[in-house]
Design a protein around this ligand. Sequence first.
Ligand SMILES: [Zn+2]
Length: 281
Amino acid sequence: MPELPEIELLKREIGPRIQNKTILKFKIRNHKLRWPILASLPKIITDKNVINCSRRGKYLLFHFEHGVQIIHLGMSGSLQFITNEPPGKHDHIEWTFNDSTILRMNDPRRFGAILWHDIKNDGTLYDNKIFKNLGLEPFSRKLTEQYLYNKLSNKKKSIKQILLDGNIVVGIGNIYSSESLFKSKINPLISASKLSISDCAKLILCIRETLCNSIKSGGSTIRNYVSTSGQSGNYIKNHASVYGRNELPCNVCGFKIIKIKQSGRSTYYCPNCQNVDKKIT
Ligand SMILES: [Zn+2]
């Protein structure tokens, strides 16, 4: 599943190539993604100028004067600039720009989404129901240890689950929450309300460090994520300390990494470095 670092990388790659370009053609080969794509969308954005490209959580946003195209890659989506390759079975969406640049979306499992936010009728982007409940961006200046501590103080859920929910801090995802909790020596099963203010400070630091490392190494290799240039990321192979390493020795203490299930998702942690008793007392 493409995670925040992958979408950040896509934004950095795609943004400069489509900024101030006009859409010549927007082709929908299959309307049935996670939600049906608005049939009138080609008419809405054809001959319109893309002002810029941004990211909010795991959503990629193409900004127009009259609205915003919201793109989510779901479980298996990818975006790639192409020249004149014929479309394959899972190439569902295509943007053609006035300089002949063509951007294509491939999504075998079709959990991705292409939505339209009309500025005149739907208000600001922050009013959109998708963005209303999203937490702060991990690199936001507003995300301080005091902020996190206050938000977690009445949360009974495990800290891992809270990070995955994305209502307090957005876009951390399964891989990076396991890694960030390992780095900060916090047990993933611990109730979020048990975190001290110094735990919160450490966690914020480790989340940022983990995401930065991943962005630098081109994202993760999980599933089908491919950057627009066709390069796969190598975060898991080169940087993961716990994710995907069950039964392997911890790089810090040599204990075996454990894999557990939390709300149906795999969590990996070191039972020694992230000893729950140390955190509770
Ligand atoms: Zn360890």
